[in-house]
Design a protein around this ligand. Structure first.
Ligand code: ADP
Ligand code: NI
Length: 217
């Protein structure tokens, strides 16, 4: 019944993110959408409309690019869904997922309140690891002017969202502060299965990076 809304949302987001170079591009959102569709197959009780809309809208207005405003994303998603004439309960479900999905620091719990949120959060996290995850981390690091690595700057466990947000550490620290932990922060068995190879690849990558950094390879 709402098939068109998914297509219209995909088109809207594709246009909005055309040319975005910070790691939050249409290609990322498209992968999260496809992965959410894949993971959700194990959960027949999940509502595919809610899952797909939340996947498509999850980065619509990230706090990192909106002056730290956490409500910018949920608000923008709500405005779009209202413009499409969707019923309020459905809009509220999508809005809640967008609030829950984001990683907020290793020491900060990010519980999900629905199976649809579990799937979208896993799909988003899976795109932050593996070969694509590595590329995105260095793209983001370049975008924000970070050095690749500095052995003198030790990774920290951020136990508040504020400290995670303020962090300006070199990009390699991000692997220790987030990426290498994501496999243990997934909600679904299907997500954990996908994470396995991506995690192993990333571990091997970091080992090589460090060996080459010191000219020891
Ligand atoms: P997600 O889309 O998984 O919620 P974020 O919005 O936090 O992730 O970040 C988008 C991308 O930028 C991810 O691939 C993430 O790993 C990367 N990123 C976020 N913060 C940093 C950082 N401090 N250093 C390097 N990469 C980062
Ligand atoms: Ni994302």
């Amino acid at each position: 019944m709402y098939e068109n809304v998914i297509d219209a949302t995909a088109q809207f987001i594709e246009q909005k993110f055309a040319g975005e170079g910070s790691g939050h591009d249409w290609a990322h959102i498209r992968r999260v959408w496809l992965m959410a569709r894949r993971l959700t197959k194990a959960y027949p009780e999940a509502d595919p409309l809610v899952t797909e809309l939340a996947a498509l809208l999850h980065d619509i207005a990230d706090w990192k690019f909106h002056g730290g405003d956490y409500e910018a994303g949920p608000r923008a998603a709500r405005a779009w869904l209202q413009s499409q004439g969707l019923p309020e309960p459905l809009i509220a479900r999508v809005e809640t997922i967008i609030r829950e999905v984001s990683f907020k620091g290793l020491g900060v719990a990010t519980p999900v309140s629905s199976i649809e949120a579990a799937v979208v959060q896993d799909a988003d996290r899976l795109d932050a690891i593996g070969a694509i995850g590595i590329a995105r981390a260095f793209a983001y690091g370049g975008h924000t002017g970070r050095p690749l690595h500095d052995p003198a700057i030790v990774p920290v466990v951020h136990d508040s969202f504020a400290s995670y947000q303020k962090n300006s550490a070199p990009t390699l620290n991000h692997f220790y502060e987030k990426l290498l932990h994501l496999k243990d922060r997934l909600n679904t068995d299907a997500g954990r299965a996908v994470a396995k190879e991506r995690h192993a690849f990333m571990e091997a990558y970091v080992a090589r990076f460090l060996a080459e950094w010191d000219g020891a390879d």
